[in-house]
Design a protein around this ligand. Structure first.
Ligand code: AMX
Length: 433
């Protein structure tokens, strides 16, 4: 496999870099820690390392050094499609290189070969309570497949060393990732389309086949490709990425680790934000029964803030400007759904909310993040079942977190174990001052 050969070469160089840093400069300080950071969710603490993506507060995300625009321009696309192959984005995240047509074709063929989901997974899903949330079902499906892990099997047979651990991890990742959109589409149709399933189309790629199995016409295939690229990675510190990395750091296999990451994504402040944003827009339309004027929209924002709630899809823990992932979706919306009322509201809010949030004075970032707009576009294509949104995010995020844990094993990163202190210890630091 060309991908594996390429990784092998790169891993050797990267191992040397890590070893040199550790051996020759291990004592160099990266930063100081304040009480505010210890109590405040470790915000801004530089304690994780990944080369797969980097989030600049003012520029937004770069995937392996490439901006959103660059990725959308440079990655190979299916014939006639507007958006690149998700398989190409996976190749980029994993190797750091923009793939050639030939390199991406290898991944497409491999993913097609690996995407068949074992029958027992469908049986488990079919037997889950009808109220089970779709992301719970996805996590259960992934955990159920843990018995397929070649990493876990090799570990049990004492075959794994620090040198070869990544090869088993890679094999699990390549077996697992192509199944995620298949399982997601199955869950969607099981829950919301009377279990009227659509078989896969062997001619279609990751995003294209997902749209096909969801039963949604073009250009939903391109929106799926776009969305899966955009949310594929956002550094290592966000909850879903960090959870996956943390669990994998104890040498759990890709199945356990990804299932944990899926659970980590579920919270309303993370994967649930898309749903909150769409709800907010729908309530606004219901209340006013028309597209509001700017003044009316401003008042609705203040009502939200004065009732102690957040404006969903605005603000970010790291970003300090408009999220380029929001902009990419806005551009898609302008082209494909300019007359959609909810989409018009999203655009109008972008003119109003930053000022309101700035005057409100709390949010460090008054600009929109990607979650403000996704629900609107999904709803336009009929995916208006809020609770399904974290699953869409999960499909995308799987690409990044699974690439990251492969590199974690390749570079020999150890089990993660930060130290806790007690409040009394923090107080005693202050008393000494
Ligand atoms: N509306 C109103 N108030 C906001 C706000 C918003 N959109 N964003 C932040 N604030 C408030 C916070 O609640 C906090 O108030 P407090 O001091 O009373 O607790 C204050 O501003 C400072 O927060 P912050 O440092 O700017 O943000 P954070 O790093 O603590 O949190 C985030 C970041 C995203 C959770 C927050 O901005 C938020 O809740 N936004 C709305 C939900 C959302 O869009 N989530 C999606 C994030 C992206 C993702 O993970 N998918």
């Amino acid at each position: 496999m060309k991908l594996k050969e390429k990784l092998k070469e790169k891993i050797e160089t990267e191992r040397e870099r890590v070893n040199r840093l550790l051996k020759e400069h291990g004592d160099v300080k990266v930063g100081d820690i304040t009480i505010a950071q210890v109590i405040g969710g470790m915000r801004g603490l530089k304690v994780l390392v990944t080369d797969i993506s980097y989030l600049d507060p003012f520029e937004g995300i770069r995937y392996r050094g490439y901006t959103v625009d660059e990725v959308l321009q440079k990655l190979p696309k299916p014939k006639g499609a507007e958006m690149p192959y998700d398989e190409a984005q996976f190749y980029l995240l994993m190797t750091g290189d923009i793939p050639t047509e030939q390199e991406v074709q290898e991944i497409i063929d491999l993913f097609k070969e690996k995407r068949k989901v074992p029958n027992y997974v469908y049986k488990v899903l079919d037997s889950m309570p009808t109220q089970a949330r779709p992301d719970v079902m996805l996590a259960v499906a992934v955990d159920t497949m843990q018995q397929e892990s070649v990493f876990a099997k090799a570990y049990a047979e004492n075959k794994i060393t620090k040198q070869n651990a990544w090869e088993y991890m890679l094999e699990d990742v390549l077996n697992l990732l192509p199944k995620i959109p298949m399982i997601a589409a199955y869950i969607y149709r099981l829950k919301y389309k009377n279990n009227n399933q659509i078989p896969e189309n062997p001619d279609l790629d990751f995003g294209g086949n997902f749209a096909h199995m969801m039963g949604i016409d073009k250009p939903y295939d391109d929106f799926s490709r776009l969305y899966f690229i955009l949310l594929s990675d956002h550094e290592s510190g966000n909850v879903s990425a960090h959870t996956t990395h943390l669990v994998a750091s104890a040498w759990a296999d890709a199945y356990y680790s990804l299932a944990a990451g899926i659970n980590g994504l579920s919270g309303p402040l993370h994967g649930g934000a898309t749903q909150e944003a769409l709800k907010w827009f729908q309530e606004l339309l219901k209340k006013l029964n028309k597209i509001p004027t700017k003044e009316e929209l401003e008042q609705f924002c203040w009502d939200t803030l004065n009732s102690g709630q957040v404006i969903p899809g605005y603000g970010h823990a790291v970003l300090r400007k408009t999220d380029p992932r929001f902009v990419a979706q806005l551009e898609f919306g302008k082209k494909h759904l300019p007359d959609d009322k909810l989409f018009q509201l999203v655009s109008l809010l972008y003119e109003v909310a930053p000022d309101v949030l700035t005057k409100h004075g709390k949010a460090k970032n008054p600009w929109p993040n990607c979650d403000n707009i996704t629900g609107t576009i999904q709803a336009h294509y009929g995916v208006d079942q809020y609770e399904f949104y974290p699953v869409l995010f999960d499909i995308s995020r799987s690409m990044g977190v699974l690439s990251n844990i492969t590199w974690d094993r390749a570079l020999g990163y150890p089990i993660e174990r930060p130290k806790s202190v007690t409040l009394k210890m923090l107080e005693s630091l202050v008393q000494k001052d």
